[in-house]
Design a protein around this ligand. Sequence first.
Ligand code: G3D
Ligand code: MG
Length: 170
Amino acid sequence: MVEEYKLKIIILGDPAVGKTSLVRRYVSGRFTNDYRATIGTNIYTKKLKAKFGMASLGIWDIAGQERWISMRHKYYLGCQGAFIVADVTRLSTFTQIEEFWIPDLKKYLPKIPFILLANKKDLEVKINEKEIQDLTKRVDAIQTIKTSAKSGENVNLAFKTLAEIILYKI
Ligand code: G3D
Ligand code: MG
């Protein structure tokens, strides 16, 4: 029998960077309005075939005023990988990755592998390649992938890449 791995990942970043849109695009409409929505989290699942076998990906998307939810840390528990998302039209969302999201995540999950997503690449990009690469190195992200939840560009690639990194470590 082929083994199926259950993976838990979390998607973080400032409000309106496109977290929910990215996840919805990836799971293509298979949205379960979990009861936890009432306390600010939706959990989506999707099966994927990765190089190392089948996996069931549980994606935790925290809604609302992400930073101020004291419960947030509970959702970090057991996460094996993370996306931290910024919006290429708003530089402050990149600054916040370094100043807030990564320190916050690492407090609870010091060794978690994470990928940065520079989302909304279909719009006018206000950050250049060198700044992106410098940030990626400084924060020790696995890589940064430019995505568009709108066009779908690189969305599958991003999820597959993170899943494979986790599976490789198992
Ligand atoms: P969040 O979950 O991080 O808070 P959302 O972000 O997924 O709710 O997206 C916030 C807004 O950005 C939404 O617009 C959404 O349509 C838009 N958006 C998300 N991803 C992209 C993208 O890749 N390209 C473009 N052009 N827009 C995107 P509204 O207007 O509904 O608030
Ligand atoms: Mg959202």
